[in-house]
Unconditional design. Sequence first.
Length: 118
Amino acid sequence: MADSYQDLIVWKTAMRLCVEVYQLTAAFPDAEKFGLTNQLRRAAVSIPSNIAEGYGRMTKGEYKQFLGMARGSTFELQTQLKISADLKFGDDRLRQTALATSDEISKMLYAILKKLNA
């Protein structure tokens, strides 16, 4: 196991995703500040936060629970990114980058959870 949650590749990738989402949503309409912009940012921040919190828990079960929540937030984020595409909010290139990063995170979290369940 890594010495710190900050050493985990999945956490580092999730932190990169946060930056990508903030960059994407910066161009959203002002009317969406408390709507989709807020939802996307909260979901993005939730992913590395849950990875970190789970890492700090004292049991394998709690760690798995928080990784599961991080994976759920990843899917929530992907859904919201697709909604933003349908609404034509933000730059499509930035959105595609965020979707690809979120897919990478989802796969990493699945692999970690599978290993923890072995």
